[in-house]
Design a protein around this ligand. Structure first.
Ligand code: FE2
Length: 427
């Protein structure tokens, strides 16, 4: 007896009209015309059935705090950091949990079932750490939360940060973070990368640093991050987030840097919505876009996944936590418009992001977790164009979120017609 049978699914890799059978929380078969009794059947009717979206870079501790204590007037990264430091002393475990929980609800409704969230450890009380560790447990049945110990105010700039970071890891934070470009000097930044990578290697943890989130082409900490990854044998376990300085770097230098990143198996995690908003703020015209070199990194074999980074917080006032909005922004900013390139933007918020997090049992294959999203679109390119309704969000074989088909009814010249913006794609 099956728990769930999905009929007529299109898959992200282009396979069409397949059935997906689920039992015991796992996918047990993917094939055309599956027979067998089932507790529930869903007719996907040519809609795209994808493994869930994965957000590989977010901040659950600051999310939905917009306006507390005030709005970021300049719109810059640095005023955002200042504003967050004003709010920090007023945080409580319950207030952080409430905001983060609401964001998780939004994420689930949008079909995102895994989030890597940085959590600020530059706080003697470690309020965010305590709140998000509790929330990680509370939300476990529905969404995977992976936490990164993030020294927002600098490992060497903030008093006692190394000790606070170690305490956060002792409490059960999963990943070692960093912010080398925010240390006082380039030397301090490089030293922080070395120290933090060694700490992660000792503890057997992954690394994900905010790295070179600046327009300064001389901010080259990613070079140290890749080199330390190789020295410590941590290939495939280290991510560089943002990497916006690469947008402004000299291309000859980048022609040496990208192969080094590929050799180190570094994951690159741009945050397109936030990069396009925060970078280039000091430019006149032409104004830099700030997003890292997505096409060139992908071509070199570097795993590139995207993060939402912020929703309604000191750095970004907008957003509903829609990873398709993130992918569509990357597509536009990076001019990834070729037919072969567009699906890669979808991969960057699904399979590539799962690889960055190191998720087990992810995918639409026999044996994978039955975590699936049915979209009101036929394929990944249509999904990027439409940012369609997530009709069903399925976790371990159970439907945990539903949204009705979105259609508009027009009344023109006495006639009524219904449209959903699809073109020979979905029913
Ligand atoms: Fe971030």
């Amino acid at each position: 007896m099956l728990d769930l049978l999905i009929r007529g699914a299109n898959l992200p890799d282009g396979r069409r009209d397949l059935d997906i059978a689920v039992a015991g929380g796992r996918i047990v078969e993917v094939a055309p015309g599956i027979e067998g009794e089932t507790a529930r059947e869903i007719d996907a009717a040519g809609c795209l059935v994808t493994p869930p979206f994965v957000d590989s870079h977010f901040h659950l501790d600051s999310t939905l705090s917009l306006g507390q204590p005030r709005i970021n007037a300049s719109g810059t990264l640095l005023e955002g950091i200042q504003l967050w430091s004003e709010l920090k002393p007023h945080l409580t475990v319950e207030s952080v949990k409430d905001r983060a929980r609401e964001l998780c609800h939004w994420a689930i409704a949008r079909g995102t079932l895994a989030i890597r969230s940085h959590v600020d450890v530059c706080d003697e009380r470690l309020v965010g750490v305590e709140a998000l560790i509790e929330l990680r447990e509370e939300m476990k049945p529905w969404i995977d939360i992976q936490l990164v110990a993030f020294p927002q105010d600098g490992l060497y700039r903030f008093p006692n940060a190394p000790d606070l970071l170690a305490r956060a890891l002792d409490k059960g934070v999963d990943v070692v973070g960093g912010i080398p470009h925010f240390e006082r000097t380039m030397d301090d930044g490089a030293r922080s990368v070395r120290t933090l990578c060694e700490l992660a290697a000792e503890r057997g943890l992954r690394v994900d640093m905010h790295c070179d989130e600046t327009d300064d082409p001389m901010s080259r900490h990613v070079e140290t991050l890749a080199t330390e990854t190789l020295r410590l044998g941590m290939e495939g376990r280290v991510a560089g987030s943002h990497l916006t300085s690469m947008h402004s770097m000299d291309s000859y230098y980048v022609s040496k840097l990208i192969p080094l990143m590929a050799e180190a198996g570094l994951h690159a995690v741009p945050n397109p919505l936030i990069n396009i908003v925060l970078q280039g703020r000091h430019d006149g015209y032409p104004k830099r876009r700030g997003m890292t070199r997505v096409r060139e990194l992908m071509a070199a074999g570097v795993n590139v996944s995207f993060g939402h980074d912020c929703v309604m917080d000191p750095w970004y006032s907008l957003g509903t936590h829609d990873m398709l909005e993130v992918a569509a922004m990357a597509l536009h900013v990076g001019q990834m418009t070729a037919q072969a390139e567009m699906p890669l933007m979808f991969d960057a918020v699904t399979t590539h992001a799962a690889r960055t997090l190191g998720l087990e049992g992810y995918g639409v294959e026999e044996g994978c977790h039955a975590d699936l999203v049915i979209l009101q679109a036929a394929d990944p390119i249509a999904a990027l164009r439409l940012k369609p309704a997530r009709l069903f969000v399925i976790r371990r074989g159970a439907v945990i979120a539903e949204t009705g088909m979105v259609r508009s009814r027009l009344r023109l010249a006495g006639e009524e017609l219904e449209i959903d913006f699809t073109r020979d794609e979905t029913s």
